[in-house]
Each structure stands twice: as C-alpha cells, then as structure tokens.
Design a protein around this ligand. Sequence first.
Ligand code: PSU
Ligand code: MN
Length: 304
Amino acid sequence: MHDYLAYSPEVAAARAAGQPIVALESTIISHGMPYPQNVQTAREVEDIIRAAGAVPATIAVLGGKIRIGLSSEELELLGRSSDALKLSRRDLPYAIASGKVGATTVAATMICAQLAGIQVFVTGGIGGVHRGAETSFDISADLQELARSSVAVVCAGAKSILDIGLTLEYLETQGVPVVTVGQDNFAAFYTPDSGFKGDFRLDTAAEQAAFLRAKWGLGLAGGVVVSNPVPADEAMPKAEIDGITARALEEAAAQGVTGKAVTPFLLARIKSLTEGRSLATNIALVKNNARVGAQLALALQNPR
Ligand code: PSU
Ligand code: MN
C-alpha cells in the first residue's frame, strides 16, 4: 500500500522528527477557487500552519502516486490545470492507475491522510446532502467517508447550497460527531450560523484533542466534523447569500447539471453572482480553519 504514497521532503522530515502534521485538500484549489487566488490561498494557508508550529501536507494524485505534501510548483500546476480530475473514494484508483492529475475532495483527502497517519485535516466546507436529494439521491461521498476514516475535519460547516438539516441527520445516523467551536450552532460556510445545533461545543484545542483521543481510544473508527464559524466581520450578509444560492440552484436545475459537476458549478456561480465577494469570505474562512487545525494537531501531540 505504501508504494502508492510519496511524501514531500518537508513532510518526510516532519514525520522523522515526530512533528504535528495537518492535511489539506486539493479540490478546493482545482475546482473550488479561480486561478490565481487558489494557488495564493493554498500557499498562505500552508504558511499559517507552519507559523503555528505544525507542518502542512497538501494532498493530490500526481504521476500515479498519492502525494503527501506538494512543492510550490506542484501547487501552481494544480491551480492552473483545467483538466485535473476531482477525486472522491470512487475515483482514487483510476487516477493512480492512469497517471492522470487528480485533486482530492474531502472524502479522498481523508482516505489519504489516514494512510499517511495524519489525524487532522483542514478544509473550507464539507459536502453534504443536496437539496432535493429525495429525488436526485445526491449525497456527497464525504459523509460516508466521515463515517469510515478516522480523521478530524476542521471546516466552516457546510454551504447552504446543501440541505444542512438533512446533512446533520445523515451524520447522526452514521455516528459522526459534530463538534462546534466558539458557538453552539453548526456553521454555514459563508455565514457563522446555520440555525442548527451541533452536538458538542468544544472551544479549546485541548478539549477537542481529548475528545478525539477518547473516540479513537475506544476503537470508535471514523471521522469528526469540527465546525469553526467564519469570523463575523468576514462573513457574507445572510439575505444576500441566501438569494444568490437560490438563483444558482435554479440555474443548475435548468441546465441539467448533475453528479460531481454540481458542487463546482454552484461554487463558480455563487462567486460570479457575488462579484467575487464570496471568494474573499471563502479565503478568510479557510485561513481561520488553518489556525484552529494547527492548534488541534499540536494539542493531539502534547496532551496536558
Ligand atoms: N464545498 C466547498 N468548497 C469546495 C468543496 C465543497 O465549499 O471546494 C469541494 C470539496 O472538495 C468537497 C467536494 O469534498 O467539493 C464535495 O463534492 P461533492 O458534493 O461532489 O461530493
Ligand atoms: Mn454529489
């Protein structure tokens, strides 16, 4: 299995030295944000993690290997590539066997992080149960993966392009805990409050780490959602994002967008309908998650 993994020099050194490592996904780079902001954000997020005393490991598939840690040039390649595959659990073997360039979603990044022994993963938002899933069956494989792979996913909640209530129901059924940071409610990506309560409010990294140790120490495999709300001064106005989300959803339906194209389509439409202001919020929340994720990786390593 480890023939399929290749560590960057920085991550290999961190493993040898026993330093805390934080995984980062790459679909957010290839499909979640436009160039060049995607590459710039990826680099800045890595630097935030380094400044906090942990080591970033951005994950992607290149040249038939799962790459744990990318060079600055490789980030650039992914960010410019218009044909990088979007890889979930289903797609990983195809990307490896074909040697194509692939960006990992939350689900695939969790799989790869677990293979590499990384327990903390920072992203923007998780996939979830799409609105209308009762007829489309569109439920992100991220949710199944959260039930399987033992990785903590630090995110700003889930976007309101999704049915957040059903997403939380699904996670409950699958036994995936939703930990909230700084507030009781689950976050809604562009806005701090989804209107739905999370399961356990754990404001400090030490509390979050103790929770993870207890879960995994009990042999309860699977992930944990760590919901970290976007800071209020960087959030979008709720009425505005709700209106734009409704419009993007109508357009997706009218154009017959289905399958794995749905989420990237909605992200791109929201960005252009907000004239880029949603992108600024998106960048801010990922950076905010990087700070929380790095602290969590440090706390997991140094129990007090
Ligand atoms: N949500 C975002 N930004 C993203 C994604 C989701 O706000 O970039 C990406 C993540 O990689 C996530 C994936 O894992 O989309 C979910 O896609 P789908 O809904 O097709 O499972
Ligand atoms: Mn889907």
